[in-house]
Design a protein around this ligand. Structure first.
Ligand code: MTE
Length: 319
């Protein structure tokens, strides 16, 4: 993969590139100067004109949202404000500019949506997401979410355990891993063409034990409604003990494999993003510390926890 250019957006974590107080100073400067368009400033964009920003929610089957919250999965941290999370996105298929993803998703069609199930599995085939949503009851779970770039959010996801789908499609005993793939529609997602050096479509993987862990969610909603496009509509993974890049968005394929599948970021920069990507404050990224994280939408920086605080659920998977 020598032709692949290592992505600029990940050379430094966002806070190292522009600390939030500097965004804020720039915001004040722009307000003082009466400069329009300040709402597009990265990061602090979340705090700018929050009232005017409307989170666009794609239509969904009636009666799905809001789903009842499963109180087992709540956290003591304050929820990230919805309008902050909805304007601070990593979705490179659209752009590497976190504050602009939501502005570039108009052409992205998220309904109807099919998922192809293949590989070592009894019930392979193409499934309509609406049919899956009639089969698997949705629940809401509040999880911490930690990006490898050292920012974090706390959001209420709505979805169903990936285990429910896996039990339904019945992988064979040969299946040891799950490989997942994102949509590939250059005409709907401008970042695909604009950044042709990436090995699109985005792909990720988990072991079967990880995929069937009780925490692993296939999320179709957030904040009590269907998933906005910028968060990975209409269905994405959420594996909260892993760095956010494992939580692949807008999934169109799930394949059961014998071999560990390659993963997008590991192919691009193997020394920086490993297959496992379990949150670990003691192992710095080669270019920045992972000891602390910035809670988006606030000035707070807090210590990072091993497995993002989910060790009781997952530590046994890793010996
Ligand atoms: N999935 C796809 N298909 N494309 C991406 O660029 N970015 C990942 C992950 N899933 C990404 C993706 C990264 S790096 C993070 S941190 C999370 O999505 C961000 O999710 P959010 O925008 O909902 O906060």
């Amino acid at each position: 993969m020598a032709f692949i250019q290592i992505p600029k957006g990940w050379h430094l974590p966002d806070h190292a590139v522009t600390p939030e107080h500097m965004y804020m100073n720039r915001r004040r400067f722009m307000q003082a100067m009466g400069i329009a368009g300040a709402s597009t400033i990265l990061g602090a964009g979340c705090a700018i004109a929050e009232d005017e920003f409307v989170v666009e929610v794609p239509p969904s089957l009636p009666g799905l949202y809001p789903a009842a919250r499963n109180e087992k999965y709540t956290v003591t941290r304050e929820l990230t404000r919805e309008k902050v999370a909805a304007r601070y996105n990593n979705f490179y298929e659209f752009t590497t500019n976190k504050g602009k993803v939501h502005e570039l998703t108009d052409k992205f069609e998220v309904h109807p949506w099919q998922i192809e199930i293949s590989g070592f599995v009894e019930k392979s085939g193409t499934y309509d997401l609406d049919d899956l949503l009639k089969r698997f009851p949705l629940e809401e779970r509040v999880y911490r979410f930690r990006c490898v770039e050292a920012w974090a959010m706390t959001v209420p996801w709505t979805g169903f355990p990936m285990k429910a789908l896996i039990d339904y499609v019945q992988p064979t005993s040969a299946a040891k891993y799950v490989r997942m793939v994102t949509f590939h529609r250059p005409e709907q997602a401008p970042g695909i063409k604009a950044q042709s050096w990436y090995p699109w479509p985005y792909f990720e993987g988990l072991t079967m034990a990880e995929a069937t862990n009780e925490l692993t969610l296939l999320a179709t909603g957030i904040y009590g409604h269907a998933m906005p496009k910028q968060h990975g509509a209409p269905i994405r993974l959420v594996a909260p003990w892993k760095y956010g890049f494992k939580s692949i968005k807008s999934i169109v394929k799930i394949e059961f494999t014998k071999q560990q599948p390659p993963t997008f970021w590991n192919e691009l920069a193997p020394a920086e993003y490993d297959f496992w990507a379990n949150v670990n404050p003691d192992v710095p990224h080669p270019r920045w510390s992972q000891a602390t994280e910035r809670l988006i939408g606030t000035m707070a920086r807090v210590p990072t926890q091993r497995y993002n605080g989910y060790g009781e659920y997952v530590a046994h998977l890793y010996g």
